[in-house]
Design a protein around this ligand. Structure first.
Ligand code: F6P
Length: 328
């Protein structure tokens, strides 16, 4: 593929997500396929600033496809927010001759790279990798499917014990400001209610759902709460219910970082592989300051300015409707 780009730098940044290794592998192997040199930048922007840059080859990414985490490590960098930090990063890239970048991460990662592109014009393509599935311009982000499956497996296990003891469980899942993991693990796990930041619900409304389920002779109930819930997290909601009535035997489980680890699902491996190859091909075809996404099962490129203007990947009303109908 004819392109002026000859050396590609790849890095992971922000919270890790299952499938990031598959994406790294795809970027490295696609670069090798098109006979471009490829470098791994360690610890995200921190390694760019500190000059932690290593040459990679098709062989150095063997046997990582199935592994969670990221072999390139990750970080949330405060230094890259400063002009001095970015200037230092540029020097290190220049020293290696890196003239194209692929970043795998979430919106914080993309915002940093957009600023860097505007300052120094190095062609850059982002690959959405975050369990939160909160990025506009793509139907799915890498890691979301695995994290949601992990949450569903945990919910199923909790259901067993909830049923044995006739208990009410509040299960808190990750997602930062997004309710994606919550709504879909809630539907898949048979939750009686799902509390997500995108939907207005009052505590009274939640309580009446519990009363209804009591009247419907449900022996146990599971409520999935997104960590970004605006009416309180799992602990707080459990406390509020207990204060109103001692009818319920209540327990709380916060799934936390276990949702971030583990071997990626087939879906995330394929998504990461497709996105990694697309990112390199996009870069070589002149993409710059953009993000690869999947839309209607096709790889698409979004200009940074079109997706990072405060918008997030919205949850469709259909999912909310389904969750409500099935909780009767
Ligand atoms: O963005 C991924 C995510 O796991 C969010 O769901 C969560 O709010 C956050 O990262 C946790 O970040 P950290 O690992 O830095 O505590």
């Amino acid at each position: 593929m004819a392109s002026s780009i000859s050396k590609i730098g790849v890095f992971t940044s922000g919270g890790d997500a299952p499938g990031m290794n598959a994406a790294i592998r795809a970027v490295v192997r696609a670069s090798a396929f098109y006979e471009k040199d490829v470098f791994g930048i360690m610890h995200g922007y921190e390694g760019m600033i500190d000059g932690e840059i290593v040459k990679l080859s098709a062989r150095s990414v063997g046997n990582i496809l199935q592994r969670g985490g990221t072999i390139l490590k990750s970080a949330r960098s405060e230094n890259f927010r400063t002009k001095e930090g970015r200037a230092q990063a540029l020097q290190n890239l220049k020293r290696q001759g890196i003239d194209g970048l692929v970043a795998i991460g979430g919106d914080g990662t993309f915002t940093g790279l957009h600023t860097f592109y505007e300052e120094y014009g190095i062609p850059s393509v982002c690959v959405p990798g975050t369990i939160d599935n909160d990025i506009a311009g793509t139907d799915y982000t890498i890691g979301y499917d695995t994290a949601t499956n992990t949450a569903v497996e945990a919910i199923d296990r909790i259901r067993d014990t909830a049923l044995s003891h006739n208990r009410l469980f509040f299960i808190e899942v990750m997602g930062r400001h997004s309710g994606y993991i919550a709504i879909n693990s809630g539907i898949a796990g048979g939750a009686v209610a799902v509390i997500i930041p995108e939907q207005e619900i009052t505590f009274d409304e939640l309580y009446s759902v519990l009363e209804q389920s009591g009247k419907a002779h449900k022996k146990s109930s599971l409520i999935v709460v997104a960590e970004g819930s605006k009416i309180g997290g799992a602990n707080e909601l459990a406390r509020m219910v207990a204060e109103r009535s001692n009818y319920f035997d209540i327990k709380v489980t916060i799934l936390g970082h276990l949702q971030r680890g583990g071997s990626p699902t087939y879906f995330d491996r394929v998504l990461a592989s497709r996105m990694g190859v697309a990112a390199v091909e996009g870069l070589l075809n002149g993409e710059k300051d953009s993000m690869v996404g999947i839309y209607n099962n096709k790889m698409v490129f979004n200009r940074f300015a079109d997706i990072m203007n405060g918008q997030h990947h919205a949850i469709d009303g259909e999912s909310l409707r389904i969750a409500k109908i099935l909780s009767i």
